[in-house]
Every structure is written in C-alpha cells, then in structure tokens.
Design a protein around this ligand. Structure first.
Ligand code: GLP
Length: 241
C-alpha cells in the first residue's frame, strides 16, 4: 500500500482531490465509488471548487455509494442520500440517474442488496473507490467479523459505530441500528482505492491496518490483498507509522 502523508486535514483533502480530478479528466466516463462521513467532506469541497474553476465535468460519470442507513428515507437529513446531494451532487454537473446509493428504505432489503450488486456489475464495476475508516477498522459499514467474501448486505451496526455517528443525530435512540453496505469483496473488486484518514482518533486504526495481520476481525486489513491502494492521511492519523 502506498502512503501519502500530509500535514493536516486540508492538505489531505486537496491532495486526494487533485489526484481524483486528474483521473476524471483523463477518464471522463469512469465510475466513482463514493463514501460519506466527515473524512471525505473536504475532498468533495475540493471537487466542487475544481468543477467551478477548471470545468472538470461529471456528465458522463457514474457514481456508486458504499452504504446507507436502514429505515431512513432519502429526504432525511441524516441519510447518506441527503449527505451526497448536499455535499457534492447538487454542486457538480453529474446526472441524477447516474448516481447510485443503496436504498435503505426499500421494502425488501434482501432484494435491494441483490439489485445493488447487479447494478454495480452492469455499469462495469468501480474504477476508483474512496474509503474512510472507522475507529474499529470498519470500511463502508462492514463491521468487525464481516466475511471477506461478502457483497452488498444488511448489517447490525456495532454500538461504538452508533456512538461515533450519534454526533449527527439528536439522540442515541435516533441512530439507526442497521445499515445496508457494499461488502468486502465488492470493495476489493474496484480497480483502485483511496483510503482517507485524518486526526489522532484514527491513529490506532491505521497502525493496526499497517502493522497488524490480515483478519476478518479488522475489516480494513482486507485492503492488503488489493494491488492498488493509496492511503492519504494526515500526520496525526499516521502518528504510529
Ligand atoms: C461511517 C461510514 C464509513 C466511514 C466511517 C468513518 O460510519 N459508514 O463509510 O468511512 O464511518 O467516518 P468519519 O469519516 O466520519 O470518521
């Protein structure tokens, strides 16, 4: 795994943004795998600014998001649908029908998982996947113990993940208990991966990822089996490396 160490969050975001915008300009019909959370927000801000300043176009881009909470409709401000429109899609020229996010409000969730896997296949797979990392090593919403063989599936969120994400909700009770997420195999099938991390709260996770063994107990360790992963992280997140 290649590591790019940056001074701080802004430099991490700009570095990832420059690399990504360059890839989009040289392959304007690529499929982007997108993530939510606080980590990629600065990257999305960079892409919006770059779209305005340099005209990088998303008209032929397809996007596939990693995950969504179960039970939250798209218009709920805490849904990842809402997050993606507010923080990126509303500000670039991507076509709405080219953006794909699992539907956490689907009546038949098993069928939604199958539909999502099929869709990723039909659009030819993900060219570049953006990832954040949870403090317990989760990627997407693949919590510790998720089989590496998994594709899109329903998960029960770990209590520490619900706690970490409760900062966005009014109370702990409002944090959904389940989510729908692309699986580890789905993630590993993308041609290239950027893993972003910032801040001391991610330092232990990065240390386990880089120094620990490959194990389903630590989902991000599966990334060591991929040939084209770049970690873009600030010095606080890399303080044990
Ligand atoms: C969330 C998301 C992940 C994200 C991670 C870290 O639960 N499902 O895709 O990478 O947790 O979030 P943050 O970037 O806010 O630290």
């Amino acid at each position: 795994m290649k590591i790019i160490r940056t001074e701080n969050y802004l430099e991490m975001s700009v570095t990832a943004g420059r690399l990504l915008a360059e890839k989009i300009r040289s392959n304007p019909s690529m499929t982007l795998g997108l993530a939510t959370g606080s980590t990629p927000k600065g990257l999305y801000e960079y892409l919006i600014q770059d779209h305005r300043d340099n005209g990088t176009s998303y008209q032929q881009i397809q996007s596939v998001n990693l995950d969504e909470y179960v039970g939250l409709p798209a218009q709920d401000p805490n849904s990842y649908h809402y997050f993606m429109w507010k923080n990126l899609f509303d500000h670039i020229d991507i076509a709405g029908e080219s953006t794909h996010i699992p539907n956490g409000a689907a009546e038949d969730l098993e069928q939604e998982c199958t539909r999502y896997d099929q869709l990723i296949k039909e659009i030819g797979g993900v060219d570049l996947q953006i990832l954040g990392i949870g403090q317990n090593g989760h990627i997407g919403f693949n919590e510790p113990g998720t089989p590496f063989s998994s594709r899109t599936h329903i998960v029960t969120l770990a209590e520490n993940t619900r706690e970490a994400n409760s900062r966005f909700f009014n109370s702990m009770e409002e944090v959904p208990k389940h989510a729908i997420t692309m699986g580890i195999t789905s993630i590993l099938e993308s041609k290239e991966i950027f893993l972003l991390a910032s801040g001391e709260q991610k330092a232990e996770a990065l240390s386990k990822l880089l120094n620990g063994e490959i194990s389903e107990a630590f989902p991000a360790s599966a990334l060591k089996q991929h040939q084209n992963v770049t970690i873009i992280a600030d010095k606080n997140a890399l303080k044990y490396i």
